[in-house]
Ligand binder design. Structure first.
Ligand code: NAD
Length: 433
């Protein structure tokens, strides 16, 4: 199959590379010259484990190309995937669909022959029908169908998720388009990945409902963690005991500093907005959004409390700023609330993150960036764990405590054992234990 990806970010690039690995011919388009320039040189502009090798292999096979010019790929494509960003629109919490409709107009002008236009971006219910309307208005003669194919990959495990998905969701309206999509996903179907065919509206809703549910699960366990601290229970035992119930499941039951990232914050807001617009508010999700916002402030209070409510002039080491490990993505990371609050209170913050520096330098300008945990903690009066990178789990706590001026630790990801931390000489607090 000949495929074109519009948008070469986390989703567009990973999907494009994986489709080329299936054996399809893929052209990836982006409007950012520096991104396409890097990709044409074989450089991967994001950090995603395994992506560089798979990309290099498929470029070498001649199945994967990158271009700034959408006309290079759309005319000859069996399917064109829209994988552009759908960030929160300023002011009202709705998904900003400008990039999606701009892409639809560009695609419309370049269409030749029958093509399936597939929306991979996360979009509110009704968007795919509007994409069809936009294309028809721009090019009344175009021979096309639209398809909703939301993506569920997780940054940090994106290739594995794309290659071995729990399911592929396809919203589609006729057999001609279904046949094209079935051929594209045939390699996954052969591996028995379930493919859920449904209507456009349901496919669009599945993505928002799934993300809002996961955000709710995280928020629920965070609230239970707060209560555990008051009653003397241990959130890790509680989560383990709960998660063993198959109806609940153990995933997304890790208490922490609140969810962040490129999807949950914006998708929960968009779903709440969709509910309000249809006079059917999703009150549980509205609550989740508020609780998660408060949580980041609570985490700052926790760190301040550990420091005797005074951080002015104190060196504080922060381990990790990306919203989760194995990514360089900083979008809506809890660190973007917590670190500026500490800086604002006068702390001298030193940050170490295996991949976050490139993005983080601009977003967290008033901090000192270092490359090594021990350098970060030297003479510090507190250390705060914000992201559970594996590199941090292996730290020698005794050595760390000895290097600090005042050995205090706020472990907001529960990566250390409280007994070991205290034995190492740290005054240690964590979440829900
Ligand atoms: P991103 O911001 O990393 O990438 C979007 C890319 O699209 C950018 O490189 C941008 O330059 C490009 N672009 C925008 N308009 C364009 C146009 N008209 N022509 C060509 N290129 C254009 O975004 P992302 O994280 O990959 O997310 C894309 C979509 O997928 C979003 O709707 C998101 O909600 C959804 N999604 C993301 C993830 C994730 O983990 N990042 C997971 C599942 C779904």
């Amino acid at each position: 199959m000949q495929l074109t990806m519009i948008g070469t970010g986390y989703v567009g690039l990973v999907s494009g590379v994986c489709f080329s690995d299936f054996g399809h011919d893929v052209i990836c388009v982006d409007k950012l010259p520096e991104k396409i320039d890097a990709l044409q040189r074989g450089a991967v502009p994001i950090y995603e484990p395994g992506l560089d090798d798979m990309m290099a292999k498929n470029i070498a096979n001649g199945r994967l190309q990158f271009t700034l010019d959408l006309n290079d790929g759309v005319g000859s494509a069996d399917a064109v995937f829209i994988a552009v960003g759908t960030p929160t629109r300023r002011g009202d919490g709705h998904a900003d669909l400008t990039y999606v409709y701009d892409a639809a107009r560009d695609i419309a002008r370049a269409l030749k022959g029958y093509t399936v236009v597939v929306t991979k971006s996360t979009v509110p219910v009704g968007t795919n029908r509007e994409v069809a309307r936009v294309i028809r208005a721009e090019n009344p003669d175009a021979d096309f169908d639209v398809c909703s194919n939301p993506e569920f990959l997780r940054e940090g495990a994106a290739i594995e998720d794309f290659m071995r998905p729990d399911r592929v969701v396809v919203g589609i309206e006729n057999d001609r388009a279904k046949d094209v999509i079935a051929r594209i996903y045939r390699p996954l179907a052969l591996r028995e990945a379930p493919i859920v065919y449904t209507d456009l509206e349901s496919a669009e809703m599945i993505k928002y409902a799934a993300n809002a549910f996961l955000a709710t699960k995280i928020t629920f366990i965070n609230e239970i963690a707060n209560l555990c601290e008051k009653v003397g229970a241990n959130i890790q035992s509680v989560a383990k005991g709960m998660g063993m119930d198959n109806r609940i499941g153990g995933k997304f039951l890790h208490a922490g500093p609140g969810y962040g990232g490129s999807c949950f914050p914006k998708d929960t807001k968009a779903l709440a907005r969709i509910g309000q617009e249809h006079a059917s508010p999703v009150k549980i999700v509205e609550q989740v959004i508020n609780i998660n916002d408060d949580r980041k402030r609570q985490m700052t209070d926790k760190i301040m409390y550990l420091c005797g409510d005074k951080v002015k002039g104190k060196k504080i080491a922060v381990l990790g700023v990306t919203f989760k490990p194995n990514t360089d993505d900083m979008r809506d990371s809890p660190s973007l609330t917590i670190v500026p609050a500490l800086v604002g209170a006068g702390a001298d913050v030193h940050v170490v993150d295996p991949q976050g520096r490139k993005e983080g330098e601009e977003l967290l300008p008033a901090v000192t960036w270092v490359e090594d945990v021990y350098e970060a903690v030297k003479d510090a009066e507190a250390v705060v764990v914000l992201t559970e990178w594996n590199e941090f789990r292996a730290v020698d706590l005794k050595r760390l405590a000895k290097m600090m001026k005042d050995p205090k630790m706020a472990d907001l990801r529960n990566i250390y054992d409280p007994v070991e931390a205290e034995e190492a000489g740290l005054q240690y607090i964590s979440i829900g234990r």
